[in-house]
Design a protein around this ligand. Structure first.
Ligand code: FAD
Ligand code: NAP
Length: 325
């Protein structure tokens, strides 16, 4: 077992964690990034990224994340291949974390950038057709359905917002929900029902995503009516699964303040959690925007907040050391 000690320990290597690392390294905090099971984060599972500022041409998600990592390493970040399985936030700073490898990590400040994962239905065809007609992010992929027909699966705020957003691109948007009422806010429902491009299919379970990943991608969905039990095939060019996001906060349950959906709560306008020296950034603390650029932005905030916290901590430690002499 090795103990890795740093002034700045970052959990997560998506845009939030890597941006925190770039700023932290440039501020001399010699950050360690523990990468987790998905090095580079969610953008590594997509292809075209067209909305990250600075690139006129279409870039690839995995390439963008490689570049962010290269930049973080270039300025002095240590990237470590491990997954944190336990954190001790009761004692500290410094804070301690344990990795799957058995290694221990100690950081004067802790930056949590573990992200959030879109929930998937887990039915046949979904994984195979991911990026080939099946998506979980309309803002990211909606543009590819200009002039085409799409389905959105879900009945919450996200599904309704995704459906409304997709009307800017698609000719026809069908919201498919498993019950006969939506849980989305009324104001969103009103907009949905009033929209001429949107129709709703009620009481429908999606049993399978149809199509050939190697030839043309998604062609439609196999549905079962929850009331009658009848099965049918729904034809569409794209399908957006919008059944919620799960923030990766299991590690911090009962240790840090979370909201009703499990997202870490930060002091408004900062990246500060309710523990001194513990900061959160990116999708793990943001259920509203959930974009690479906002994750990077809050990663920057976490590093700047951490730098100020460390300066105070080190000042206090120096004073104490002098008083003890
Ligand atoms: P994530 O990217 O989710 O990264 C989380 C990191 O935490 C990962 O590295 C993971 O390994 C690590 N981690 C988790 N748990 C642990 C642990 N216990 N120990 C160590 N590490 C851990 N946004 C855009 O702006 N434009 C797009 O075009 C776009 N396309 C998308 C396409 C898809 C298919 C998806 C799913 C999302 C897309 N997004 C897009 C959203 C964007 O990817 C996210 O908003 C962004 O990645 C969030 O960054 P993050 O750093 O907060 O978290
Ligand atoms: P959500 O509110 O949990 O809704 C998820 C929806 O997906 C529900 O309608 C649910 O159906 C459906 N669903 C879940 N699992 C399913 C499955 N296996 N098969 C089929 N359908 C399934 O999630 P969300 O819409 O992502 O919202 C999450 C949180 O973020 C909420 O608190 C929401 O208010 C908030 N949010 C707010 C805004 C906003 O303020 N503008 C925007 C987006 C999100 P049932 O209804 O049958 O359970």
């Amino acid at each position: 077992m090795t103990t890795h000690t740093t002034r700045m320990l970052i959990i997560g290597s998506g845009p939030a964690g890597l941006t925190a690392a770039i700023y932290g390294a440039r501020a001399g905090m010699e950050p360690i990034v523990v990468q987790g099971l998905q090095p580079g984060g969610q953008l590594t599972i997509t292809t075209d990224v067209e909305n990250y500022p600075g690139f006129r041409d279409v870039i690839q998600g995995p390439w963008l994340m490689q570049e962010m990592q290269a930049q973080a390493e270039h300025v002095g970040t240590r990237m470590l291949w491990d997954t944190i399985t336990e954190v001790d936030l009761d004692h500290g700073p410094p804070y301690r974390a344990k990795g799957d490898s058995g290694d221990e990590y100690v950081g004067d400040v802790l930056v949590i950038a573990t992200g959030a994962q879109a929930k998937w239905l887990g039915v046949p065809g979904e994984q195979e057709l991911g990026g080939k007609g099946v998506s979980a992010c309309a803002t990211c992929d909606g543009f590819f359905y200009r002039g085409k027909t799409v389905a959105v699966i879900g009945g919450g705020n996200t599904a309704v917002e995704e459906a409304l957003y997709l009307t800017h691109h698609a000719t026809e948007v069908t919201l498919i929900h498993r019950r006969d009422e939506l849980r989305a806010e009324k104001i969103l429902q009103d907009r949905l029902f009033a929209h001429p491009k949107i129709k709703v299919l009620w009481n429908q379970h999606v049993d399978e995503f149809l199509g050939d990943p190697m030839a043309g991608g998604l062609t439609g969905l196999k549905l079962t009516d929850a009331v009658t039990g009848e099965t049918s095939t729904f034809t569409c060019d794209g399908a957006f699964v919008a059944i919620g996001h799960a923030p990766a906060t299991a590690l911090f349950k009962g240790k840090l303040e979370t909201d009703d959906s499990g997202y870490l709560v930060v002091e408004p306008g900062t990246a500060k959690t309710n523990r001194p020296g513990v900061f959160a950034c990116g999708d793990v603390m943001d259920h509203t925007y959930r974009q690479a650029v906002t994750a990077a932005g809050t990663g920057c905030m976490a590093a700047l907040d951490a730098e100020r916290f460390l300066a105070t901590l080190e000042y206090v430690r120096n004073e104490e050391a002098q008083a003890a002499e």
